[in-house]
Design a protein around this ligand. Structure first.
Ligand code: TRP
Length: 429
């Protein structure tokens, strides 16, 4: 039984806050700065920004437009592609897996935030502290709390829950990251960090690898995997704008990622530490920085709150994706669907909170091997729907117009770009 969901965004600002919230996440803070540092510094921004305009903004418009025109992934793929209903179920399963491992990391961040608030984070040895709490039964408890908070927001609904939470969290997130960046840059000896982050290495611009890294980073960072953005798109009203919202989302996401580098590297280098990527950066290196920094405990609390805002505004998009599918196709109430799929993500993720091998496996499957296929499915669905009809849809309620070249671009260039990134991931490792 298909019942059309009546959920919509209350305002354009609310929608953009939710879309930026979904996009801004761990990817911005623990991957982007490192990749920029390694692949050309300031020079990396040039390919990234070019690709953001040519591919990133287009990716967002494809997923939002498809969602508004046809519906969430199961409707959108089901009505356009052969076996599309199963493709819709498949991307929902991927979304659940992403939520499952993400919630483990949010659990760690919760533990760190609480430990910062009590002041104890200053006296632990960050390396062994992380070792003792990650991959333990305690991590399962924190993961559960992370999921419970996500459920608490999603259960309230799209406008009163997700939209309102993002309208509060996103402005605060911007303020916090700027405070951290100023603190970091004004530390004595921060210059080496700025040099690592920004010193342009122009030779890297000519390497194909740089462009591929920028592209795959961008798809993950914008959450363009044919899942949550299609769902968020289905909540856009016909008189609400898509093109400008996509541009603001893309640049807002990038602004946070770039600023994260200013908050991290100057401080890391100022204390003679080595930059790393991923969990080691956030949960081991930065706590050492906070221990050495004057007033560090305050900045530690701000930093982990920032991580939590970035992460929760993403996890609510993840859970909402499954909730949209279940309320639309399984005839479930929002309440039942939210609790059920939240608990399911807990069950799928909990072994990952204990076992690092399973944790890595679930990350690789959902983000590297299968995630990009979701973006491709969304692109193919939009092409089958008709790029001319989609272009008309894109113009409804639009505050700015995209040139008509959007149509052949989406039809011929965009899917090829996704396929090339997908294949190159395996070649480049
Ligand atoms: N963009 C998020 C980040 O940078 C991660 C992400 C990928 C995501 N796909 C998503 C978030 C879907 C919400 C919904 O960390």
């Amino acid at each position: 039984m298909v019942s059309l969901s009546k959920e919509t965004w209350g305002s354009r600002v609310g929608f953009v806050a939710a879309a930026i919230g979904s996009a801004v996440g761990l990817g911005n803070i623990w991957m982007f700065p490192m990749r920029a540092g390694l692949y050309g510094g300031a020079a990396f921004l040039i390919p990234y920004l070019i690709l953001l305009f040519l591919v990133g903004v287009v990716a967002l418009t494809v997923e939002f437009t498809l969602g508004r025109a046809v519906g969430g992934p199961i409707e959108a793929y089901g009505k356009t592609l052969p076996g599309g209903k199963y493709l819709g179920i498949f991307v929902n399963a991927m979304m659940l897996m992403i939520f499952a491992f993400y919630s483990v990391v949010v659990g760690w961040a919760l533990k760190y935030f609480v430990t910062a608030l009590t002041g104890k984070l200053l006296s632990v040895d960050p390396g062994s502290f992380f070792g003792s709490i990650s991959f333990s039964t305690e991590a399962v408890v924190w993961q559960f709390i992370a999921i419970a908070i996500t459920i608490g927001i999603v259960i309230i609904g799209v406008q009163k829950g997700i939209e309102r939470a993002c309208k509060i969290m996103m402005p605060l997130l911007f303020v916090m990251i700027i405070i951290l960046a100023i603190r970091s840059i004004t530390l004595p000896n921060s210059y080496a960090g700025l040099e690592f982050y920004l010193l342009p290495d122009w030779s890297k611009i000519l390497s194909g690898k740089t462009w591929m890294i920028a592209l795959s980073q961008m798809f993950f960072s914008l959450s363009c995997l044919g899942m949550s953005n299609v769902v968020y798109g289905s909540y856009i009203k016909k008189d609400q704008d898509i093109p400008l919202s996509a541009i603001v989302t893309a640049f807002g996401d990038t602004a946070v990622a770039v600023t994260a580098g200013f908050a991290i590297f100057p401080a890391v280098f100022a204390f003679g530490l080595k930059p790393t990527a991923g969990p080691g950066l956030v949960f081991v290196t930065l706590p050492v920085v906070f221990q050495k920094m004057p007033g560090g405990i305050i900045f530690a609390a701000i930093f982990f709150l920032l991580i939590l805002f970035a992460a929760f505004s993403s996890t609510i998009a993840m859970l909402e994706t499954n909730v949209q599918a279940a309320t639309t196709h399984l005839n479930m109430s929002r309440k039942t669907a939210t609790i059920l799929f939240g608990l399911l993500a807990f069950v799928v993720g909990a072994p990952g909170a204990i076992n690092p091998t399973y944790f890595d496996w679930i990350i690789n499957i959902s983000t590297v091997y299968l995630g990009p296929l979701g973006a491709l499915i969304a692109a193919l669905a939009l092409i089958k729907f008709g790029v001319d009809k989609a272009y008309e849809e894109l113009r409804k309620g639009a505050l700015i117009e995209f040139p008509a070249i959007w149509q052949p671009w989406v039809k011929y260039v965009y899917p090829i770009v996704i396929i090339v990134i997908y294949i190159s991931q395996f070649i480049l490792g």
